[in-house]
Design a protein around this ligand. Structure first.
Ligand code: 13P
Length: 253
């Protein structure tokens, strides 16, 4: 049985001074749901405040990006060691917004994921097609390419700390969700591809999250799918009540 994992991606929202209240609100509202792994991935500048508020609760903290080098002259970047030192345990890698706006490629995803996993962070690696790619019938080609290039060189042991997030770009922040069948089809493809990369047994243990307008109203039907093991939540993770309602749906799935 794969433990469900619900992670919030705060994106560029929530100030350091607002962080403790949100984390505490989430922890309070989700105390009963001990069978779900709960993560808040925050802007780097919020990580320390989030860790302080999450300590002693069932909530864990992650970041939204990480550099692959351990230290050095990389102005503006943050290393795996810095995240771990601050108490982060997770990191999102290769989010479509980073691919779209900040030059992220499958190659840099691979460098970040490799560094994060070697350092002992849980890497939440994002894949997903654009609407143009879906309309052109390229879903499988795009997902398989992102997986094979982004996860190149990873072993079955690395897979123990790997989470994949399937985020169809056309569903992010649009209010338009993949149907449970559409999502399940791609999640199954992701698991098959993982099997080729790290072996079937390791692939069976990797959690695959759905992301893209997941909300309290649609979480249960998505999480009921065989290969949907959680969610990566944007907008609905910014309020304790809506995030907690998704976690409740995961607890009951
Ligand atoms: P929304 O939930 O706001 O659509 O964002 C999804 C997402 O990008 C999570 O990483």
């Amino acid at each position: 049985m794969r433990k469900k994992i619900i992670a919030g991606n705060w994106k560029m929202n929530v100030k350091p001074s607002e962080t403790a209240a949100l984390v505490t609100g989430i922890a309070e509202a989700t105390k009963a749901f001990t069978n779900v792994e709960i993560v808040c991935c925050t802007p780097a500048i919020d990580v320390a405040a989030a860790v302080a508020a999450a300590t002693g609760t069932q909530v864990s903290v992650g970041a939204e990006n990480v550099h692959w080098e351990a230290s050095g002259a990389y102005t503006g970047e943050i290393s795996t060691g810095m995240l771990l030192d601050a108490g982060a345990k997770y990191v999102i890698i290769g989010h479509s917004e980073r691919r779209q706006y900040f030059g992220e490629t499958d190659e840099t995803v691979n460098k970040r994921a490799t560094a994060a996993l070697k350092a002992g962070l849980v890497a939440i690696v994002c894949v997903g097609e654009t609407l143009a790619e879906r309309d052109a019938g390229q879903v499988e080609a795009v997902i398989v390419r992102q997986m094979k290039e982004g996860l190149k060189g990873l072993s079955a042991a690395d897979a123990a700390n790997l989470v994949i997030a399937y985020e169809p770009v056309w569903a992010i922040g649009t209010g338009r969700t993949a149907t449970p069948d559409q999502a399940q089809e791609v999640h199954a493809l992701i698991r098959r591809t993982l099997g080729e990369l790290v072996g079937v047994e390791a692939a069976e243990s990797v959690r695959i999250q759905y992301g893209g307008s997941m909300k309290p109203g649609n979480a249960a039907e998505l999480l009921a799918q065989k290969d949907i093991d959680g969610g990566l939540i944007g907008g609905a993770a910014l309020k304790a009540d809506s995030f907690a309602a998704i976690i409740e749906a995961a607890a009951k799935a």
